[in-house]
Design a protein around this ligand. Structure first.
Ligand SMILES: [Zn+2]
Length: 273
């Protein structure tokens, strides 16, 4: 692997292995088998589990946990994994609840990982809102992350959030070349989305204009209303399907962070059909 690149391997749901700069990072670990369970007062139904267990992934250097309070983002086996990794980055409230090796990041706060080759990976906490305006008091704190090696163009991981103005601000602060969107249009609590839907993913692709887009956290639970295929259909309809990379479980995909997207592409509005 070129050391400017990043490799993503989707495990399932929100659980993604990210290999960057020689480090192996895992997002929201969830490995439990299918079941019906109570998550923060809501019954949620898991329909499918990942094809591997946490013990089959090899050494994990750190977990990037968007939030700890929902079972689809951190389940029982995922929670058991946390003490086995060096660092767990999550919300400040979540770090307080988890204790141990969990570290809380405020929005826009950064921490660093020294890399074996002398470079430094910076991880910055990014704003996230887990539903419509006002959802914060119901769904609790959530965080996303930007990963950047030595200030080079980086990777955005949305965590459980809808599209809103503070997510757009990430594009003003960072050059993003790969955006990992939690885009299953989750509706566990009523007729409103608590994660991104296809419209949100198109907004993200428009604002993160030099980024390849991938969508995760859209499979395995009954409360996901939209799938990866829905994002493909929506991107195709507005003519930006080349911006999207599909992920299949357990198939590693390598992304260049140094590439620049084609800036000559006509504006989105001219491609509607
Ligand atoms: Zn959640």
């Amino acid at each position: 692997m070129n050391n400017q690149n990043v490799v993503l391997t989707l495990i399932d749901g929100p659980t993604l292995l990210i290999e960057i700069g020689g480090l192996r990072l895992l997002t929201d670990p969830a490995f439990d088998p299918p079941q019906s369970c109570d998550s923060a007062g809501t019954t949620v139904i898991k329909q499918a589990g990942p094809p591997v267990g946490p013990g089959e992934l090899g050494k994990i250097d750190a977990v990037l946990l968007s939030h700890d309070q929902h079972l689809d983002n951190l389940d029982h086996s995922g929670r058991a994994l946390l003490p086995t990794v060096n660092r767990v980055l999550t919300t400040i409230a979540g770090a307080g609840r988890l204790g141990g090796n969990a570290e809380g990041l405020a929005h826009w706060q950064s921490t660093t990982f020294p890399l074996a080759d002398g470079r430094v990976l910076t991880v910055t906490g990014t704003p996230a809102r887990h539903g419509p305006v006002g959802a914060e008091v119901k769904t609790g704190d959530v965080i996303g992350f930007v990963l950047s090696v030595d200030g080079a163009p980086g990777v955005y991981i949305s965590g459980d959030t809808v599209w809103f103005s503070s997510v757009a601000e990430i594009a003003e602060r960072f050059e993003i070349r790969l955006a990992v969107l939690f885009a299953g249009a989750a509706r566990p609590r009523g007729p409103f989305n608590t994660t991104m839907n296809t419209n949100d993913a198109i907004e993200a692709a428009t604002v993160f204009k030099n980024a390849k887009i991938v969508a995760i956290h859209n499979h395995g639970w009954a409360h996901f209303v939209e799938s990866q295929e829905d994002v493909v259909q929506a991107f195709t309809w507005v003519g930006i399907e080349s911006r999207f990379q599909s992920l299949q479980r357990m198939i590693p995909v390598e992304f260049e962070l140094s590439h620049t997207m084609d800036r000559t592409r006509p504006a989105l509005t001219h491609q509607l059909r």
